[in-house]
Design a protein around this ligand. Structure first.
Ligand code: AMP
Length: 585
């Protein structure tokens, strides 16, 4: 396939901000892509050279690209830089330069998708002496043959900034629309930007199957090829593979133990909810790889965890799920997540970090063991296996503390004990539940102490997109300091209703209240007179450099409009600080 065909699709994608139209463009493009090119296209369409979880990066800085453009076109680095400054996009700068370059010397060969992909995939592999020159050569070779628009996207791909706005959901739907269109009776109306399917149930079934395959692999390449070759049957062979991360299972929230039992049934497994961070540990042969909840590879940052997994968990290959918590090396007491979070991004002085901020791994699940997927096994069996294969060592690696009970009083007591030990609360789990990657399916329930709410003033907002375009849809909220100045503390977009008939505050209602008090508008954002006070519930307060208050709310949710309160009666910075300290006791 020629690279220009892909570029034409990029251009179309860039022209529209409508998700459905984008999805349709991708699905049509998938249909016209030859089988052998499909896996590569599935990555490149999102500007990826590797699946999202793969840590390899091109390692190419803008400076090096300037040089590569210079080598390919003969235009001086200085004037390329000027153009770059003017356009703010190195891809567009390259495009413009190639446009004005005389035609004869350039455009020698038509670029193919695989040529571009192969050259770019070689970039992370290069190491040692002469690396810079080799990288310049790989890029300039492409630019020498590239048409202006091709240069734009090659450069953006290298920089990992494709800017065509294609999310995972669009690719998933595009796969269904492209390869199952007959089965589901699919049609798309461009004018109305609407799609229709004759068999909705079947459509949901296919979409779920593709999503499930993606939850297991986090890589559309294998999926698109399997579906093209064998339809739905192809997805059956897509399996867990130690080394390749899967989406983690998530928990729904409840307000008390009783509601928890209603969701997960009796008896239930009740586990401590640790205030750490998720680590998915993969072992294959002698190799251990660690991923975070967002599927970032953090193996290098946690050599301590790697060694505990190697020495304390029996088995040749497996995937286990756990929460790592920090503890003080002196007192051995648990530390809140924020204290150890710096280890996640740390690239240097790792050994020092291991000593200063040690962690304990609390294992609570196993998804695959010695070549067998356990996703469909009931939780109690998975736990039994863990009890057999994990050799517990306190402050290194242990199993999550749990009880199995039908008694709300006993669960409540366990909850209180968990809090006393410095944990966040409890997680209640259905005993015979499967492990559902990526899902908040209601088989796991989290129960934490309810925080109080804050009354905050709305000081800014963003206009929405798509069907929310007429409404303001995201609201910047602020508290007040001693002097009466308003300090931002977060953005809220949840807890607000789309439809007027529903109970609660609607987007329309808020937009109506806020429109008359707009001070200024810039792009989609508006600044507002601090007037409207809203009650905001949240799960946690964190320190944050993003907002002027120095704090940010985790999972904020709008409860109601406090029209009984004036802006000078909103919560103060002192209250925020008080909450922050209180939650850390
Ligand atoms: P939340 O981050 O509030 O949505 O709570 C869910 C998170 O709690 C999970 O993603 C885990 O990182 C963490 N967690 C702590 N203890 C457990 C446990 N025993 N079982 C499952 N998840 C846990």
């Amino acid at each position: 396939m020629l690279y220009k065909d892909l570029v034409n699709t990029y251009i179309e994608l860039e022209k529209t901000s409508k998700r459905l139209e984008k999805t349709y463009l991708i699905s049509e493009f998938f249909k016209s892509t030859p089988k052998d090119d499909l896996p590569v296209i599935a990555l490149l369409i999102q500007g990826r050279l590797f699946p999202a979880w793969d840590e390899r990066e091109t390692g190419v800085a803008s400076r090096l690209i300037l040089k590569a453009i210079n080598v390919a076109t003969g235009v001086s680095v200085d004037s390329i830089e000027k153009r770059w400054k003017k356009t703010g996009d190195l891809g567009i700068a390259a495009e413009e330069i190639i446009k004005v370059k005389k035609q004869g010397t350039l455009f020698s060969k038509e670029l193919t998708v695989s040529k571009v992909f192969d050259n770019l995939r070689k970039l992370p592999e290069l190491e040692g002496k002469g690396t810079v020159d080799k990288k310049i050569q790989l890029i300039s070779e492409l630019l020498l043959s590239a048409k202006p628009m091709e240069a734009r996207y090659i450069i953006r791909t290298i920089l990992n900034e494709l800017r065509v706005g294609v999310g995972d959901g669009s690719v998933r739907d595009a796969i269904v629309w492209a390869f199952f269109s007959k089965e589901i009776g699919f049609s798309y109306d461009k004018k109305e930007n609407n799609f229709d399917v004759k068999d909705r149930e079947k459509y949901n079934h296919y979409a779920e199957a593709v999503q499930h395959a993606y939850d297991l692999t986090n890589d559309f390449s294998d999926i698109v090829l399997a579906v093209k070759k064998e339809g739905l049957d192809g997805l059956k062979d897509i399996a867990l593979k130690p080394g390749r991360p899967i989406k983690v299972m998530l928990a729904l929230k409840v307000d008390d133990v009783k509601e928890g039992f209603e969701k997960v049934g009796k008896p239930a497994e009740v586990e401590q909810k640790y205030d750490g961070f998720r680590i998915q540990c993969h072992k294959s042969g002698n190799k251990v790889i660690l991923y975070t909840r967002r599927l970032e590879n953090v193996t290098n940052q946690f050599p301590d965890v790697v060694s505990y997994v190697k020495s304390n968990v029996e088995g040749d290959s497996f995937i286990i799920d756990s929460e790592a918590i920090g503890f003080s090396p002196k007192t051995k007491k648990c530390l809140p997540f924020q204290k150890i979070s710096q280890r996640i991004r740390r690239k240097f002085q790792i050994e020092r970090m291991v000593k200063e901020f040690p962690v304990e791994v609390n294992v609570f699940d196993v998804m695959s063991y010695n070549g067998k997927s356990l996703l469909k096994e009931p939780l109690k069996e998975r736990r039994k296996l863990l009890e057999k294969v994990v050799r517990e060592q306190k402050r290194k690696i242990v199993l999550a503390k749990k009880i199995v009970t039908s008694d709300p009083k006993e669960a409540e007591k366990f909850f209180q004990e968990s809090l006393k030990e410095g944990n966040e609360g409890i997680i209640m789990k259905k005993l015979d539940s499967v492990y559902k990657p990526g899902a908040r399916a209601g088989n796991w329930i989290k129960y934490k102490p309810v925080m109080e709410t804050l009354d905050l003033v709305i000081v800014g907002a963003d206009w929405g997109e798509g069907k929310r375009a007429r409404w303001m849809s995201s609201f910047t909220v602020a508290c007040r300091d001693d002097k009466g100045d308003f300090l931002e503390i977060g953005k809220v977009g949840t807890g607000i209703k789309e439809k007027e008939e529903q109970e609660g505050v609607s987007f329309k209602q808020l937009t109506g209240l806020l429109s008359p008090i707009i001070i200024s508008e810039k792009g989609k954002s508006v600044k507002l007179k601090p007037k409207i006070v809203v009650e905001i519930r949240f799960e946690e307060i964190q320190k944050s450099p993003t907002y002027s208050s120095g704090y940010a709310l985790r999972f904020p949710r709008l409860v109601r409009i406090r029209d009984d309160r004036g802006h000078d009666e909103c919560s103060t910075l002192k209250m925020v600080e008080g909450f922050y300290k209180g939650q850390r006791k």
